[in-house]
Design a protein around this ligand. Structure first.
Ligand code: PMP
Length: 428
């Protein structure tokens, strides 16, 4: 097949006519498909149903150190839960605080606390004229929504195949004291699915921020979310690297069981230096008498240890892998030769990131919407919803059944081709 750039005007017109016939068929199907968000499908949720059976009215609800989980007490999480989440996030239990059901909430909370009370004695951000934040792009829309909500000025940093462009990060962080943080999804990133290299992690650990209250927001949401047994990305543990580099307080690490057990009904945690833990606890002890220990106990009794988590993740992968491979095959079969798009082939996580020609993503998504298929809105993967090239689309294959996913991606492919030809023929 010729690429679109090699086709004559007549050939492009013929191709457009064929594509329009297919578009009409999709229109007649009266589709209502939604593949906007990376949420687990029903079969994935079913994997954790037995967790509901590990506790009953006859269970002993005391945790390891004898505390009754049915009542108040234990501020920062029961010991066995800290151990379990510690294994997932690769830090000792003493460096962890267990929160409620959402890590995003912990991130929000951390920024909120920095705004009102500062970090380890520094000036609260609300008293500063300007607070800025680095945002590797493309990135996670809900991260950007938090920093936007607080009125923080977001600065785009290009995300490369091995992590953010560290030359830019180092230069900005060391020269501008109003830069207070950076969003990082270091493993199987949302949406590109890349994992930071050892070199990038070490450069993060060695940063010399102009602001003493600069923190790396290390959102390790996909730490154990591999798609393959034989192809798994490796991420260097950053807290340890920071310690070695003499920067022990530089990082807040976040994790949750959202895409391990039940999203929205799991357990979230922050992991950081003992100094930071102490600082956070000053707020934490006022904010709550402690989070849901029964849910903590339920998770530990069900998963037991890291092996239990890994076994569960293999089952998730068995459901997710065919969906990723289906999307990759449809894109490959339809777009590879045309030279109008390229896309990521991640080894884990929840997304495939698709790159189109400049100024195409909005138009393509709008066409899909008109055909009854809704994707993550164009621009969502950038701060302020402004994709400077208007060319990135996040594909979230997890939720729909295979048949619906196949239809949705075929509609997407049809729309991409139509838009690419219309641009070449100068048709509005
Ligand atoms: N971080 C990233 C990178 C995500 O993709 C998501 C969404 N699944 C979350 C955090 C949300 O996690 P939680 O449910 O723990 O708030």
């Amino acid at each position: 097949m010729k690429s679109y750039n090699e086709m004559t005007k007549k050939e492009l017109e013929n191709e457009l006519e064929n594509l329009r016939k297919i578009t009409k068929e999709y229109k007649d199907m009266d589709l209502h498909l939604n593949i906007q968000r990376g949420i687990p499908c029903q079969a994935q949720l079913d994997l954790s149903m037995k967790m509901m059976d590990v506790l009953s009215s006859t269970s002993d609800l005391s945790c390891e150190d004898g505390i009754d989980c049915r009542t108040y007490g234990v501020l920062t999480g029961i010991p066995e839960c800290k151990k379990l989440l510690g294994e997932i996030i690769e830090v000792p239990p003493e460096n962890i605080i267990i929160y409620g059901n959402s890590s995003l909430n912990v991130m929000f909370d951390s920024i909120s606390r920095s705004y009102t009370h500062g970090i380890l004695g520094s000036t609260p951000w609300c008293k500063l004229d300007k607070v800025k934040w680095l945002c590797p792009v493309p990135g996670y829309d809900r991260h950007f929504a938090i920093t936007e909500y607080f009125g923080i000025e977001m600065i785009n940093v290009p995300l490369k195949e091995d992590g953010p462009d560290m030359d830019i990060v180092e230069k900005l962080v060391s020269s501008d004291p109003s830069i207070k943080g950076i969003w990082c999804v270091p493993k199987y990133s949302n949406p590109d699915g890349i994992t930071y290299s050892n070199e990038v992690v070490k450069r993060f650990a060695r940063l010399k921020p102009a602001a003493s209250d600069f923190r790396i927001y290390w959102d390790n949401a996909y730490s154990v979310h591999h798609l393959y047994e034989d192809k798994q990305d490796f991420l260097l543990e950053i807290l340890d690297e920071c310690k070695k580099a003499g920067n022990p307080d530089l990082v807040y690490k976040f994790t949750s069981t959202s895409k391990i057990s039940f999203p929205g009904s799991g357990i979230a945690a922050i992991a950081t230096s003992l100094n930071n833990i102490q600082d956070i606890k000053e707020q934490f002890k006022i904010q709550t008498i402690g989070h849901d220990k029964v849910n903590q106990l339920r998770h530990v009794r069900y998963f037991k240890d890291l092996n239990g988590i890994k076994e569960q993740m293999r089952k998730h992968a068995d459901i997710l892998r065919p969906k990723f491979e289906l999307v990759e095959k449809i894109l490959e079969d339809n777009l590879k030769d045309l030279n109008i798009a390229h896309w990521t082939k991640p080894h884990g996580g929840y997304f495939i990131s698709l790159y189109l020609e400049e100024n195409s993503a909005k138009e393509v998504i709008a066409r899909c919407n008109k055909l009854g298929v809704s994707f993550t809105p164009a621009g969502s993967t950038y701060p302020y919803h402004k994709d400077p090239h208007d060319n990135n689309i996040r594909i979230a294959p997890s939720y729909p059944p295979m048949k619906d996913l196949e239809t949705a991606i075929n509609v997407l492919v049809n729309s991409i081709k139509v838009v690419a030809i219309k641009h070449r023929l100068n048709i509005q």
